[in-house]
Design a binder for this molecule. Structure first.
Ligand SMILES: *Cc1c(COP(=O)(O)O)cnc(C)c1O
Length: 464
């Protein structure tokens, strides 16, 4: 009987004749399909050898289906689109800022064609990459000059190296921050070859603390924005203006790492205390550093704006070759910055700004409409629209929330945790929050054109 079962298995060549397998061969390399067939047949042989009955599983159609499933499972891309229903606008694990459509298009064109990346089209002579963004950053921040590297961590390293190598950089103990993914100011300092000179206490640093630390080997004064934490209670920090005055007095550059790269005042969205690049330059900071993909809402990058002479020094540093932006990012960043030249346009076209600025009544309307669609699905027990709060995320504005409209979904048969899991591993993945036994969706971060995909994802997850 076992011999029969072995003999009844379809042959590789027979399987290759099947329409469904031919379709797979069109999609994937022939060899990959054959290899998958062999694995499936080997599995069946093993089951038979162990005395199992495999009648239904061993038909040609059934093996072909499992081959298709295996290839789909094993060969699907590692990077996949995710629908963000968490309400967290800058979510580190899912790529921080989604960029403007025009910026995405610019990146695509740069990627797929040729462009004047390092060529001056007027003169035919060689030029340099940062020219694509220099003028725009200067216009938007008021700085004399600017350049850009791969991220703000790289910006910090290259600035400290080019300006303070072998010299002491004075920084408050209250600002020795760790930004997610083990980026710690003291360690970065070590990498750059600058020497850390901590002053003050965690909660209190006074101007006199900085002044006492200044000596013949001081290279710069550094201020780092407490992006992802707050020190509250009995605290005292030195205002940037005072630090700059002290730097002037001693002929030392003042470097301001503002973190998120706000190009406009986020108070308009109800967020307070986020430093704006232009204000820092206006106050007299010699160099201002910020991320391109936090509140700025552009591609991952680190922007350095400030004094021309210092920017030249930074661009001459050998690390610039290692940290320079690629053509796609540069194109996306230039487009993003140019959008900001018209603030009203930026508020609409930059997704981060659009999401943060979405009015509550509009979010509520969208939530209600989505709730109506979800309630029609089989397996749904209830969908309630409620007011909730959301965070910006991405290590920005940790102590501030914004009111938002959320959908609380409960299923008849499936637990909230199980439903959340199925949504997360589906295609496209939908990321939700789970709270008090309810699945919570925030429409703020769901693009309107993704709403149908969300409904379908729920439909699939409830059936699974
Ligand atoms: C986020 C942040 C960084 C690191 O920026 P990346 O672009 O993530 O490398 C550095 N400094 C501050 C203050 C930050 O907020």
């Amino acid at each position: 009987m076992t011999q029969n079962a072995f003999r009844n298995l379809p042959a590789v060549n027979d399987l290759l004749e099947l329409e469904s397998i031919r379709t797979l061969i069109d999609q994937h390399a022939h060899d990959l399909v054959v290899a998958a067939i062999r694995v499936e047949l080997a599995d069946l042989r093993q089951q038979i050898a162990q005395g199992e009955t495999v009648d239904d599983a061993s038909t040609a159609a059934s093996v072909a289906q499992r081959v298709a499933d295996r290839l789909e499972r094993e060969l699907r891309p590692k990077l996949r689109a995710v629908i963000n229903a968490t309400g967290i606008v800058l979510h580190t694990n899912i790529g921080r800022a989604p960029i403007a459509e025009a910026a995405g298009n610019a990146a695509r064109e740069a990627a797929c064609g040729y462009l004047n990346l390092e060529l001056d089209l007027e003169t035919g002579k060689r030029s340099s990459r940062p020219l694509a963004i220099r003028e725009w950053v200067c216009r938007l921040t008021g700085a004399e000059s600017a350049t850009a590297v791969n991220n703000n961590a790289a910006a910090t390293v290259i600035v400290l190296r080019a300006v303070c190598h072998g010299k002491e950089v004075v920084i408050s103990r209250g600002q020795l921050v760790e930004i997610g993914g083990s980026f710690r100011i003291p360690e970065i300092m070590g990498v750059s070859g600058a020497l850390l000179r901590e002053v003050g206490a965690t909660n209190i640093t006074r101007l006199s603390d900085y002044e006492k630390a200044i000596g013949p080997n001081t290279g710069a004064l550094l201020q780092v924005h407490c992006s992802n934490y707050r020190i509250s209670g009995h605290t005292e920090a030195v205002p940037l203006e005072d630090l700059i005055a002290l730097g002037r007095k001693h002929g030392l550059p003042v470097i301001d790492d503002i973190g998120s790269g706000a190009l406009l005042d986020f108070a308009r969205f109800g967020f307070h205390g986020e430093p704006v690049a232009r204000q820092s330059i206006a106050a007299g900071a010699d160099l201002v550093l910020f991320s391109g993909d936090k509140l700025l809402g552009g591609p991952q990058s680190g922007i350095i704006a400030g004094k021309k002479e210092l920017i030249q020094k930074i661009e001459k540093d050998p690390l610039m070759r290692a940290f320079r932006l690629d053509k796609m990012t540069l194109a996306a960043l230039e487009t993003t910055l140019r959008i900001y030249l018209d603030e009203a346009k930026a508020l609409q076209a930059i997704p981060v700004l659009r999401m943060l600025g979405a009015p509550l009544p509009e979010l509520r309307r969208r939530a209600e409409a989505l709730a109506v669609r979800l309630r029609t699905l089989a397996g749904i027990a209830g969908v309630r629209v409620s007011e909730d709060v959301a965070f910006v995320g991405g290590g920005s504005l940790p102590d501030q929330t914004m009111p938002t409209a959320a959908l609380e979904v409960t299923a008849q048969q499936t637990s909230d945790a199980e439903l959340a899991h199925r949504l997360r591993v589906g295609n496209p993945a939908v990321l939700c929050r789970v709270r008090d036994g309810r699945l919570v969706l925030d429409v703020r971060t769901i693009f309107p054109e993704q709403e149908t995909a969300v409904v379908k994802a729920f439909q699939r997850s409830l059936q699974a």
